[in-house]
Design a binder for this molecule. Structure first.
Ligand SMILES: Nc1ncnc2c1ncn2[C@@H]1O[C@H](COP(=O)(O)OP(=O)(O)OP(=O)(O)O)[C@@H](O)[C@H]1O
Ligand SMILES: [Zn+2]
Ligand SMILES: [Zn+2]
Length: 805
């Protein structure tokens, strides 16, 4: 008899183990890696087979349940994926299913619907004397199994009670739940308008008075098939389409498409001769690619040194060997540019994967990789989990970026996952940055990563000239604007030369907090307690919970009418820029202006085309962009992160300055940068101004060693949550005691806390943090497992956390 060990796709810690099922004869093809449909308790759910066994005879005591069906026609998880998932689940102390579901877009391959079915043998049950129950019962007998929503809709008079009745009727077995599983369909159809026949001058003449129809006919003349979805953007209404259809000139057709979301990304491939630096770098990586063996590299190349071209050269080598390539960028805003650069060399060989794409788009991308139609995967961190075999190269661009860490469970870091993937596949790992994370640079110094350096910009253009403005001085001189006089002059000067400016302000919204002048009360989010941000739309928004509410007329605490707005965000900066430099054409890029799929790209492209003079935005504008005509950069309050209670505050500040400054003057003219700061003497700022990575690194690493912070230690953050403040604190305290006891007298361990989390109470749940610093992470792993913390629903474990509280 064949059995299968299955992890069910339910992210609940207490069931984080394999359950054994019988594999029925007709499903004998099922092996480790298949996705299956299985009964689980009273439910039926999706599961992942991680192992199969052949047993000579059936186990006697336990009666095994049967696997119901296979989800796919073939195996979904390769042995490598399972190996990677197992390792990650051990490392991050989360359930295997939680990791495995990352390898599937949408986290589930099945759409499972619960239906209710009447038991026909129960017609005389007492409960059925109740008119509501009777109505439901009769309805189900008549219509067969139905969803709850359908029952509610069919019996509006019982609407409020349906849930209650169904529960009672289930209890007495008059009604039972049945499960319907549908494979989430990857196929999607798109509708097109197609031209029928020919557009002749006579025809157009005949339509002279019907402007809309002529417009569409002309469009169709250029492109004989136009997706319906794109018509609106081209100012064509559906009515116009129907009119032409009625006249027999156009038809609406439907066809299956494998969407390639970046199909239209155009790119020119200019012959590039590698610089000496680039040549040396690729030559050092080729041997590992050719030998198909793991090796980790750190490419440290100043801003504008041409790292992207290095990625392309290496990808070419790997593709020539038939292996696959994953290229990660930290933010969706950056995918467009990298995709374009790669498109020039691999026009049909790449797919894009990130969470802004629809499920169907991601499914299609996977299909293209599986069918070997494409071998380069570009995307945000989730692209690491594209179910692909035989990976030969994994690249992390801007490897220092904090957004490589996932801030919800499983709390993985893309760098860690990428390294594991590279090791399992025998692939090259390449971390690239102008400002490597302290961890990576330290590892390179230890010889764990091979350091590759590109110290010069393409064309030997010097790094930009940086001026520092002390904003305290500015205020003393009576300037209350967000923009200093120097920055204003730089902007005016640059625009007069027909060149472009990027300005970075790392807070979105209009005013960053709202306070009562009479009593000092700050208006806070009712769910998480963080200060609400005022937006130009007139709403107060919580940037943590994404909820919004109107501005109160009077102070909620003292009733005073003196409510004032403080702090400046990107919206206010935009308004000020329009006043100070009225001739400038300004475009803003932050989370509020980039909610749609291609918004980033559209903003960046129109800026690149010169339709705007100034691009302003949050850190989204800081990294990676390579826009030739940008010669000036303004950095507004780069140092606001210095006030955060976080050991990485200085690192963040330094990197933000260096990266943002690096956008300026990358091509012909040397760039000019103005940095506005309240901390002009802080080493993160002074090193940033000199763009002195080494200087910063030495200063910072000494501090880390002294304070026993990474890379000298690893951190583990435990977040205790409970509706009772006392209980949350007591549980956390007990853990601290247990830790101190277990590690007493052992070197290289520290425990801090419990301390209230930054968001101390969220929707009525109290939160306490315990922070462990350790030189021996695996000893802490073992301790946490002994304590059973990985199985507890009230504790979130964060290995290598990116925020401390
Ligand atoms: N060998 C080359 N010859 C000429 N131009 C090149 C060469 N290599 C790269 N470039 C050009 O140099 C510019 C900068 O390259 P790229 O954007 O890759 O820099 P980067 O190192 O990634 O910088 P950043 O860290 O700021 O993102 C690009 O416009 C690119 O097309
Ligand atoms: Zn008040
Ligand atoms: Zn909130």
């Amino acid at each position: 008899m064949k059995t299968a060990d299955v992890f069910v796709n339910i992210p609940v810690k207490s069931i984080a183990r394999a359950y054994t099922y019988r594999v029925p004869q007709e499903l004998a093809k099922i092996e480790a890696g298949w996705r299956v449909f299985v009964p689980f308790g009273s439910r039926k759910v999706e599961g992942f087979v991680v192992e199969t066994h052949e047993l000579a005879e059936a186990p006697e005591k336990i009666k095994l349940k049967d696997i119901i069906a296979a989800v796919d026609e073939e195996c979904w998880f390769s042995p490598q994926m399972i190996e990677i998932a197992r390792w990650l689940s051990e490392f991050y102390l989360c359930s295997l299913a939680e990791i495995m579901r990352l390898f599937m877009p949408g986290k589930s391959g099945l759409r499972i619907t619960v239906l209710y079915e009447a038991d026909e043998s129960q017609q005389d049950h007492m409960l059925l004397a109740m008119p509501g129950c009777r109505a439901i019962y009769d309805y189900l007998r008549r219509e067969g199994p139905q969803k709850k929503a359908a029952i509610v809709k069919a019996l509006p008079e019982w609407q409020a009670d349906v849930a209650d009745f169904l529960e009672k009727m289930q209890k007495y077995h008059i009604v039972r739940k049945v499960y319907e599983a549908q494979k989430r369909d990857a196929a999607q159809y798109e509708k097109f308008v197609a031209l029928c026949g020919e557009v002749t001058p006579q025809l157009l003449e005949g339509y002279r008075r019907k402007k809309a129809q002529v417009h569409l006919l002309k469009l169709l003349q250029q492109t004989p098939e136009i997706p319906l979805a794109s018509l609106k953007a081209q100012h064509v209404s559906l009515a116009t389409v129907h009119n032409l259809e009625a006249a027999g000139l156009a038809a609406i057709r439907r066809r299956r498409v494998l969407r390639d979301s970046y199909r239209d990304a155009k790119a020119l491939h200019e012959a590039v001769e590698l610089t000496e630096d680039q040549r040396q770098v690729v030559a050092r990586v080729y041997p590992s690619i050719d030998a198909a063996r793991y090796q980790g590299f750190l490419l440290k190349g100043v801003t504008g040194s041409g790292k992207t071209q290095v990625y392309i050269e290496l990808a070419e080598r790997v593709r020539a060997a038939g292996r696959r390539v994953i290229v990660l960028v930290p933010e969706i805003a950056l995918t467009g540019q990298v995709v374009m650069a790669f498109k020039a060399y691999f026009p049909d060989d790449l797919v894009v994967m990130h969470s802004r794409l629809s499920l169907a788009e991601r499914n299609d991308a996977i299909l293209r990789v599986r069918r070997n139609e494409a071998g380069i995967i570009i995307g945000a961190r989730s692209a690491l989990f594209t179910p692909a075999d035989d990976i030969g190269l994994v690249i992390l661009d801007e490897e220092q970026d904090m957004s490589y860490k996932q801030d919800e469970s499983p709390r993985y870091h893309a760098r860690v996952v990428a390294e594991k993937i590279a090791r399992v596949h025998g692939a090259v790992l390449l971390l690239g940055s102008a400002t490597p994370s302290l961890e990576s640079y330290f590892r390179a110094a230890q010889g764990e990563l091979t350091l590759l350096v590109m110290p010069r910009r393409i064309g030997d253009i010097p790094l930009p000239i940086i001026h520092c403005v002390d904003m305290r001085e500015e205020l003393r001189m009576g300037n209350r604007h967000i923009i200093s006089r120097s920055l204003q002059e730089l902007i005016e000067h640059t625009i007069a030369q027909h060149q472009q400016v990027i300005i970075m302000l790392n807070r979105r919204g209009f005013s960053t907090f709202v306070m009562c002048r009479s009593c000092g009360e700050v208006i806070r989010c009712r769910h998480c307690g963080l200060p609400l941000v005022y937006h130009r739309s007139g709403q107060l928004k919580c940037h943590h919970c994404d909820v919004q509410e109107p501005v109160p007329d009077v102070c909620p605490k003292c009733g005073s009418r003196y409510i004032k707005y403080f702090g400046s965000g990107t919206e206010k900066l935009e308004q000020e820029l329009r006043q100070l430099v009225p001739s400038a054409r300004v475009i803003r890029m932050d989370r509020d202006t980039t909610t749609t799929k291609f918004a980033h790209q559209e903003i960046l492209e129109s800026f690149r085309r010169g339709e705007y003079d100034i691009l302003l935005g949050t850190q989204m504008v800081a990294k990676g962009h390579d826009i030739p005509n940008v010669t000036a950069v303004g950095i507004i309050s780069a140092d606001s992160s210095l006030n955060m209670p976080d050991f990485r505050a200085a690192e963040r500040c330094f990197m933000l300055i260096t990266q943002t400054a690096g956008r300026a003057g990358r091509h012909e003219t040397r760039g000019q940068v103005v940095i506005q700061t309240y901390n002009p003497t802080h080493y993160a700022v002074t090193c940033g101004i000199r763009q002195d990575y080494e200087g910063f690194f030495h200063k910072e690493i000494a501090l880390r060693q002294e304070l026993f912070y990474p890379p000298y230690s690893r951190l583990v953050k435990l977040l205790y949550q409970d509706a009772s403040e006392e209980k949350a604190r007591a549980n956390a305290t007990a853990l601290v005691k247990a830790f101190e006891l277990a590690f007493a007298g052992r070197e290289g361990h520290q425990v801090i806390g419990p301390a209230p989390a930054l968001i101390a109470c969220f929707r009525g749940v109290y939160r306490f943090v315990v922070l462990i610093k350790t030189a021996n992470l695996s000893a802490v792993h073992d301790f946490l497992k002994e304590q059973g913390l990985h199985l507890r629903a009230d504790v979130a474990i964060d290995i290598d956390p990116i925020t401390m509280f």
